[in-house]
Write a protein that binds this ligand. Structure first.
Ligand SMILES: [Zn+2]
Length: 325
């Protein structure tokens, strides 16, 4: 077993290696689960191990052979990665046609031909249809690795032709020590994990002090707007800085916690335990109905801003303006 492997990857790794040892590795694997669990990392590690010329008994790559060296250099001829050409956009049909042609050629090193699609849910309809043909009649030595945090966005016809490997957030007892060893003193790993929905890599990314700081700053701005002490238009500007989708996920998390606090004086869990005193004050001042309406509005704002081309500053101004009105 590779000690570098993320602890919560050990089980899925073992399951795949068992299938491999039994000669039952499928032609397509769908790696799914929440963002921030390292599914892409897992897929790359699997590809590297399957292409390795001298894997060990546990199926781990040797790291030394010609294949491992080429893989590390990003130039293995039997491995291909397909991602949206622009961040956040779609995977196009031309990319899938090229991929299918790639899989159809004989492997240069006589082993697997492996293609990684990430995030696979970005396939557009034509691209998915094109991929379907390859999934129905996969070339003998090919393996497709589809990685997604949103499997429901993939056509059922594609999903049904892949074997699913699900990833779940690890238990707190496993995640906290792992994270604690990687963050600066003074940042609580438990809080980071709660904020990140239990996903350790997402939590680690939050620990980046700039993002952590931005979250606190947005929270304070929002608090000021609610108290009528800040101008919603000026506040809207600060929300468009950094990663807007992430900012809005935080907003949803605060509102979810407000409802938890309103409904239960001792809620079993909060996503933002560090913000509890302020959240409790807001919750006390609002009716349940108003809190649910604000949560709906926050969810809708996130959906609009992340899935369609909209004037985000204008929507933010409206949302923040409503908070006062
Ligand atoms: Zn090797």
């Amino acid at each position: 077993m590779d000690d570098d492997r993320l602890p919560w990857h050990r089980d899925p790794w073992r399951r795949i290696q068992q299938r491999r040892a039994a000669g039952r590795l499928p032609h397509a694997l769908l790696l799914s689960g929440p963002a921030g669990l390292g599914k892409g990392l897992f897929a790359r590690g699997l590809a590297r191990a399957l292409l390795c010329e001298r894997p060990d008994a546990g199926g781990e790559a040797c790291g030394q052979c010609r294949s491992c060296r080429l893989f590390r250099a990003g130039s293995h001829p039997d491995y291909s990665v397909v991602q949206p050409e622009e961040d956040g956009r779609i995977i196009k049909v031309d990319q899938i046609r090229a991929l299918c042609a790639f899989l159809g050629y004989t492997a240069q090193y006589g082993g697997y031909k492996i293609a990684l699609l990430e995030p696979a849910d970005r396939l557009n309809v034509n691209a998915a249809n094109s991929l379907l043909k390859t999934l129905e009649e996969p070339p003998g030595n090919s393996l497709l690795l589809l990685v997604t945090a949103q499997p429901a966005r993939l056509p059922a016809t594609v999903r049904s032709r892949c074997q699913k490997i699900g990833f779940d957030p690890p238990a707190m007892v496993a995640a906290v020590p792992w994270l604690a060893a990687r963050v600066q003193p003074g940042i609580e790993p438990e809080t980071l994990l709660e904020v990140a929905g239990g996903a350790p890599l997402a939590a680690l990314a939050q620990a980046d002090s700039e993002r952590w700081h931005r979250r606190r700053e947005l929270f304070e701005r929002y608090e000021q707007v609610l108290a009528g002490r800040a101008d919603p238009i000026r506040a809207a500007e600060s929300w468009t800085r950094g990663d807007l989708a992430e900012n809005l996920r935080w907003l949803i998390g605060w509102h979810t916690d407000l409802i938890r606090l309103k409904m239960n004086s001792e809620p079993p869990r909060l996503s933002n335990p560090d913000l509890r005193p302020a959240l409790q004050r807001w919750a006390d001042q609002q009716t349940p109905r108003a809190l649910f309406e604000r949560l709906d509005a926050a969810v809708q704002l996130h959906a609009l801003c992340t899935t369609t081309q909209v004037n985000a500053p204008l929507l933010l101004e409206a949302f923040l303006g409503d908070a006062v009105g």
